[in-house]
Design a protein around this ligand. Structure first.
Ligand SMILES: CC(=O)N[C@H]1[C@@H](OP(=O)(O)OP(=O)(O)OC[C@H]2O[C@@H](n3ccc(=O)[nH]c3=O)[C@H](O)[C@@H]2O)O[C@H](CO)[C@@H](O)[C@@H]1O
Ligand SMILES: C=C(OP(=O)(O)O)C(=O)O
Length: 424
């Protein structure tokens, strides 16, 4: 296995580029299963473990894909299998994104249930509800979702989500765009990744109104065409890199990042005392002498993203006072906290709230990644900790951060990747 070894204490300064977004790349790849002819080209697809897992899934289904680490071409003409196996779904929950497109195109899909998640319950009931509304019959057999339509084609419907779900909105969209008739999705997610998916589907010929709002109106079309499309930047990676500047007292510019996707996070950096300036898709953060404690509440877009909650807690360990961090999306997403405490942080958890008592001097030790953003949080902590921090199980980080140690090294960090063996 790989670990990251970080010698903390260096101020990070310089410029790095934002990669393509993981969380939009995955539904875009899934949507490429919809056209029955032609070749889809997706640009700015980040080279991540999750991207590679999705490509294995495409291969399993029979799609023909070629990837050069940025540009991905997919021909879905010869799909021969409609089953997403447990071996791949357990590695990447986003595999559930093939449910909508397969059902839409073939009237059948079998997708393994994803199983447990490192940060608490992540049900898929809303995905299944949406498919049922569109006319699918769903049963769970031997750990698999088995979905089929009687008529061969899904039927437009009214889908009312009781809570905002990015994945269920994406799946419902991909299923509805070729359903017969009109579909309305209420309480739809409005994350930039869903907007990108709507834009991609529209470019393929889908008829969608309300993109970027909580109500999506879709008129089903008979077929979609393969097109070329460029993925959006990764707003969570960009925010994490800015946080690396902030936690080390440095100054970092992220290029290729659209401030409009990051309004709440940038406002929070400013509240924490950082200077944030924006020009031409470049976002520059300059640290203050003293970070101010700053409360955040993770909520659906456009509010503070749960995927930045762990990194924000790391940052607030260095702020001059007490910060309250609440996660209203994933109430148990706090596995990073015991590891931060091992580095010297003082944090108390009560339900879905964490109180971070800063500033605390962190001192390096060996810590364990438990999920993607928890790993990012520990890397940030390692960058400011005295001495050496080893972050184990880096495979979590590799799911979602492209060339992370290269980017941090370019900013001046002392960070290397080494192999180690886990016993037991
Ligand atoms: C690949 C991808 O894009 N992953 C992101 C996506 O995950 P994902 O799409 O899985 O997250 P959702 O937006 O669906 O989850 C939001 C909330 O809805 C709940 N829920 C969701 C589906 C469902 O069927 N039933 C249900 O109750 C979840 O438990 C959670 O409390 O959005 C999350 C919330 O921004 C992010 O943390 C993930 O990084
Ligand atoms: C939780 C995340 O991803 P996933 O939904 O794929 O697990 C994430 O990107 O932080």
């Amino acid at each position: 296995m790989d670990k990251l070894v970080i010698d903390g204490g260096t101020r990070l300064n310089g410029t790095v580029s934002a990669s393509g977004s993981k969380n939009s790349a995955l539904p875009l790849i899934a949507a490429s299963l919809l056209p029955g002819e032609g070749t889809t080209t997706l640009n700015r697809i980040p080279d991540l473990k999750d991207t590679r897992t999705f490509l294995r899934l495409l291969d399993e289904l029979g799609a023909d894909a070629a990837y050069d680490g940025e540009k991905l071409t997919i021909s879905s003409r010869c799909i021969r299998c409609i089953r997403a196996p447990y071996e791949l779904v357990k590695k990447m929950r986003a595999s559930i994104y093939v449910l909508g497109p397969l059902l839409a195109r073939f009237g059948r899909a079998e997708v393994s249930l994803p199983g447990g998640c490192a940060f608490g319950p992540r049900p898929i009931d809303l995905h299944l509800m949406a498919m049922e509304k569109l006319g699918a019959e769903i049963s769970i057999q031997n750990g698999y979702i088995e979905a089929k339509t009687q008529q061969g084609r899904l039927q437009g419907a009214r889908i009312e989500f009781p809570i905002s779900s990015v994945g269920a909105t994406g799946n419902a969209l991909m299923a509805a765009v070729t359903a017969q008739g009109h579909t309305t999705i209420t309480n739809a997610a409005a994350e930039p990744e869903i907007v990108a998916l709507c834009d991609f589907l529209a470019a393929m010929g889908a008829r969608i109104e309300g993109t970027g709002t909580s109500t999506l109106e879709i008129d089903g079309v008979a077929t979609l065409s393969a097109v070329e499309f460029t993925n959006i930047f990764d707003r969570i990676e960009a925010a994490t890199l800015l946080a690396a500047g902030a936690i080390t007292g440095g100054s970092v510019t992220v290029t290729g990042a659209d401030e409009h996707h990051m309004q709440t996070v940038l406002r929070k950096f400013r509240q924490a005392g950082c200077s944030v300036t924006v020009s031409n898709q470049n976002i520059t953060l300059e640290s203050p002498d003293v970070l101010e404690p700053t409360d955040v509440i993770a909520n659906p877009y456009p509010l503070f993203p749960t995927d930045m909650q762990a990194q924000w807690i790391a940052l607030m360990t260095q702020a001059n006072g007490i910060s309250q961090i609440v996660d209203k999306v994933y109430h148990e997403r706090f596995n990073h906290i015991p590891e931060l405490v091992r580095l010297g942080a003082r944090i108390e958890i009560d339900g879905n709230e964490a109180m971070v008592y800063g500033p605390q001097t962190l001192t390096g030790t060996t810590v364990m990644s438990t999920d993607l953003r928890a790993s990012a949080c520990l890397v940030l902590a390692g960058l400011v900790a005295r001495g050496t921090t080893e972050v184990l199980r880096v495979y979590h980080l590799d799911r979602g951060y492209e060339k992370i140690e290269e980017k941090l090294r370019a900013l001046g960090a002392s960070i290397t990747r080494e192999q180690y063996q886990e016993f037991g």
